[in-house]
Design a protein around this ligand. Structure first.
Ligand code: TYM
Length: 342
C-alpha cells in the first residue's frame, strides 16, 4: 500500500456569490471579496457569481436589479477579481444552477429549512406572506456550489449555517442514491472581519438593507463620505486597550479595530500594539485615512467600469460559457443518477 494519502477525487475549486440586491458594503468586501481575490492566486479554480435568482426572493425593481448586477460585477473586477483568472458569472445566465436547485428542493427537508436563522430574520413574523423562494433559498445556494463540485466556499460568518445545510444536502443525496458524487464542501471563514458590524450599533451586522446609510460604508462612497461615517461611528468613552482581550464587551470598539486590522492586513493584536492607549479622537482619523486609501481607488474604478456596461456584459457572457463547460456535465450526470431519461 502507498503511504501517501489518495488525492481527493474533486478538483480544488472555489465558488462564492453575492446578491445584487443593493450596493456592495464594506462587510461584503472584508468578509468575502478580499478572500475571493487572494484565492485566485492559490491552487484553486475560482468561480464568482452575482446571484440574481437569489435576489428576487424578495422584491427587486427590474431596472435596479439590472443596474445592481452590473455594478456588482464592476465591484468584483475593481476589487481585483480578474476575468482571466476567475470565472465571473451572473447566476441566471447559467441555467444549471436553477435546474440542480429543483433537484435539491426534493432532497432538502422542510424541517431543515425552517431552522435557518436567516429565513427567520428575513421573514420575521410574516412567514405566511414571504415568497416560497425565500424559504427554499438555501437549496438553490447548495445547487450554486455543488453544480461546480466546488470544494471550498469563502464567505462571512452569517453564511455558516447555509453551508452546513449544503453539506447535509450533498450527504443526503449521496446516501439516498448510493453514490459518492457531490463533495462535502469546506466553508472558508477567515480573517479579522468575518462579521463586520453596523457603525451605529455594534450588535447588528453591517448590511445593505439597513435603513440607515450611516450604519454602513458603501463601496461607492466617496472619500469625504467614508471619512464622515467613520468620524460619526458609535464608540465608547474609553481608550483603546493594548491587547485583544481588552475589547471584550466593547462591540463598537472591537468592530473598528477589526476593520482596521482587515484593511491593513494585520492581526488585531498587531493593531493594538500600535494604537493601544489612544482615544477614539486619535484613532478614528487614522482609520478614516486607511479606509479612504484602500477603498477610494476601488470606487473610482467601479465608476470607470460602469461607464461601459457593454464590456461588463461581454465579460459575463464569456463567464457563462466557461461555467457551463463545468456545470452541464455535472447536471447531466445528476439527472442520470436520479433516473431521468435523457
Ligand atoms: P450576501 O449577498 O448577503 O453577502 C455576500 C457575502 O458577504 C458576506 N457579508 C459579510 N461579511 C462580513 N460582515 C458583514 N457585515 C457581511 N455582510 C455580508 C456574506 O457572508 C457573504 O459571504 N446567501 C449569500 C449569497 C449566495 C452564496 C451562494 C454565497 C448565494 N449562493 C453560494 C456562497 C455560495 C448571501 O446572501 O450573501
Amino acid at each position: 500500500m502507498s503511504d501517501t494519502a489518495p488525492a481527493s477525487k474533486f478538483t480544488p475549486r472555489v465558488f462564492s456569490g453575492i446578491q445584487p440586491s443593493g450596493g456592495l458594503t464594506l462587510g461584503n468586501y472584508l468578509g468575502a471579496i478580499k478572500r475571493f481575490v487572494s484565492m485566485q492566486d492559490e491552487d484553486f479554480e475560482t468561480v464568482y457569481c452575482m446571484v440574481d435568482l437569489h435576489a428576487i426572493t424578495v422584491w427587486q425593481d427590474p431596472a435596479d436589479l439590472r443596474h445592481n448586477t452590473r455594478e456588482l460585477a464592476a465591484g468584483f473586477i475593481a476589487s481585483g477579481i480578474s476575468p482571466d483568472k476567475s470565472i465571473l458569472i451572473n447566476q441566471s445566465q447559467v441555467p444549471e444552477h436553477a435546474q440542480l436547485g429543483w433537484i435539491f428542493n426534493c432532497v432538502a427537508r422542510m424541517g431543515w429549512m425552517g431552522r435557518m436563522t436567516q429565513f427567520k430574520d428575513k421573514a420575521g413574523k410574516n412567514t405566511e406572506k414571504v415568497s416560497l423562494g425565500l424559504f427554499g433559498y438555501p437549496a438553490l445556494m447548495a445547487a450554486d456550489i455543488l453544480v461546480y463540485h466546488a470544494t471550498h466556499v469563502p464567505v462571512g460568518e452569517d453564511q455558516k449555517q447555509h453551508l452546513e445545510l449544503t453539506r447535509d444536502i450533498a450527504a443526503k443525496f449521496n446516501h439516498d442514491y448510493g453514490v459518492d458524487f457531490f463533495p462535502i464542501t469546506e466553508p472558508v471563514i477567515e480573517g479579522a472581519a468575518t462579521r463586520v458590524m453596523s457603525l451605529r450599533d455594534g450588535s447588528k451586522k453591517m448590511s445593505k438593507s439597513d435603513p440607515s446609510d450611516a450604519s454602513r460604508i458603501n463601496m461607492t462612497d466617496d472619500a469625504d463620505t467614508i471619512a464622515k461615517k467613520i468620524r460619526k461611528a458609535k464608540t465608547d468613552p474609553d481608550a483603546l486597550p493594548s491587547e485583544a482581550a481588552g475589547l471584550e464587551n466593547r462591540p463598537e470598539a472591537r468592530n473598528l479595530v477589526n476593520i482596521y486590522a482587515a484593511l491593513n492586513e494585520q492581526t488585531v493584536d498587531q493593531v493594538l500594539a500600535d494604537v493601544g492607549g489612544q482615544q477614539f479622537g486619535t484613532f478614528k482619523p487614522q482609520l478614516a485615512e486607511l479606509a479612504v486609501a484602500k477603498l477610494a481607488p476601488i470606487s473610482s474604478e467601479m465608476a470607470r467600469l460602469m461607464s461601459d456596461p457593454a464590456e461588463i456584459d461581454r465579460i459575463l457572457a464569456k463567464g457563462a460559457l466557461q461555467a457551463r463547460e463545468i456545470t452541464a456535465p455535472i447536471l447531466k450526470k445528476t439527472y442520470d443518477i436520479v433516473g431521468m431519461v435523457s
